[in-house]
Design a protein around this ligand. Structure first.
Ligand code: 13P
Ligand code: SF4
Length: 361
């Protein structure tokens, strides 16, 4: 995880003040389930009661209470990806969404501090778009198999080997990689980004499966890389078709990080937010098989009233590193701060902003 180590302020030769020095640390709150905590978190328990047994709530509630209090005192906001666990998604997040929504929200939020509840590339993207804000991630080891698969040096070599071919990098990459690319994309705008270039050939890296899925939707020739999401690569068309054979009413909804043969058997494919919109748009009684990380179905059950979710459950071990205890520690001790080298950040920001502006037009 070299990229991560290079970007932590704790490794930057001690020249820059750490977030703890700038903001100060506070005492760890007492984590007791008092009558006051029970009363002030009761409305939040209502949102997660179908996923967290009543007997477990006294364990979560003191953290929820302390995080929400400290968030206000620190003028901090929590940006949470759709894969966070329900107690994070519903009880402490200020904004929840897919990668693109979180990147855009990071720029807009009126706060001094962002606590990114997601993986490292998401926190880094927030920092790129909001350099004046302090960005914290509760666990610096929350990585991503796609981001790990490609380095800036790889991109430089690809550019040399493919002169004149535009390089589109998936947002699931390090700032180093973004800095070497022409533009970024997410799963929700990849086709649009690819088609924004006049060139007939485009390098879309590092997700091989996303690239193959995009290639089916465009006339451009797409070159790619061998990166895979370790969560989505495990799904197979056989396992999904077995569900459909058992009940033909089931609608299969797959993330475009899945292999193309999996997307081929799906009724719909889109980013995590696209999948959520699809599910929410179904009538009560509909059966939706979500081919993605497990937490998402639990998070949206309330919005998708009456929809029955079938979950062939694959967990993202990186997303699951983010927990209520380490979110609280982030706010108490002001760690772990995401810092990007300013020269690299300037180039990487250009690639992300180009994507964001394309979405706006
Ligand atoms: P989304 O942009 O669709 O939220 O995807 C991010 C991700 O990491 C999916 O595995
Ligand atoms: Fe990366 Fe896959 Fe986890 Fe998303 S689900 S963060 S792409 S490993």
């Amino acid at each position: 995880m070299t990229e991560l180590n290079q970007t932590t302020s704790s490794k930057s030769a001690g020249k820059v003040q750490s977030a703890a020095e700038r903001y100060g640390v506070v005492d760890m709150p007492t984590l007791e389930y008092t009558p006051e905590v029970a009363k002030e978190t009761a409305h939040l328990y209502e949102k997660v009661k179908h996923h967290i047994p009543e007997i477990e709530w006294p364990v979560h509630a003191p953290y929820v209470h302390a995080i929400n209090k400290l968030k206000k005192e620190r003028n901090a906001v929590i940006l949470a990806h759709n894969y966070m666990t329900p107690e994070i998604f519903h009880c402490v997040a200020d904004v929840a969404g897919d990668s693109l929504q979180l990147a855009m929200e990071a720029e807009k939020v009126d706060a001094d501090i962002i606590v990114q509840c997601g993986v490292h590339f998401m926190a880094e993207t927030s920092k790129l778009l909001s350099p004046e804000k302090t960005v914290l991630i509760p666990d610096m080891k929350a990585g991503c198999s796609l981001a790990e698969s490609l380095t800036g040096e790889d991109v430089r070599l690809l550019r040399e080997a493919n002169p004149g071919v535009p390089i589109v990098t998936y947002v699931n990459t390090s700032a180093d990689v973004k800095a070497e690319s022409d533009i970024c994309c997410t799963s929700s705008n990849a086709v649009r980004v690819v088609e924004s270039f006049e060139s007939d050939t485009i390098l879309l890296i590092p997700d091989e499966f996303l690239a193959q899925n995009v290639a089916k939707l465009t006339k451009k020739k797409i070159l790619t890389w061998k990166g895979h999401c370790e969560v989505h690569e495990r799904f197979t068309p056989e396992e999904l078709l077995a569900y459909k054979e058992a009940d033909p009413a089931i609608q299969i909804v797959a993330h475009p990080e899945c292999p193309p043969e999996v997307v081929d058997v799906a009724d719909f494919s889109g980013s995590t937010s696209g999948m959520i919109d699809f599910a929410i748009g179904q009538k009560p009684g509909a059966k939706v098989l979500l081919v993605t990380e497990c937490s998402m179905a639990s998070n949206i059950q309330e919005q998708a009233k009456g929809v029955e979710f079938i979950k062939p459950c694959n967990l993202c071990p990186h997303m699951k590193r983010i927990t209520l205890p380490n979110i609280l520690e982030s706010l108490v001790y002001m760690r772990e701060e995401v810092v990007v080298d300013p020269v690299m950040a300037e180039k990487a920001r250009h690639a992300v902003e180009r994507m964001v502006n394309l979405k706006m037009n």
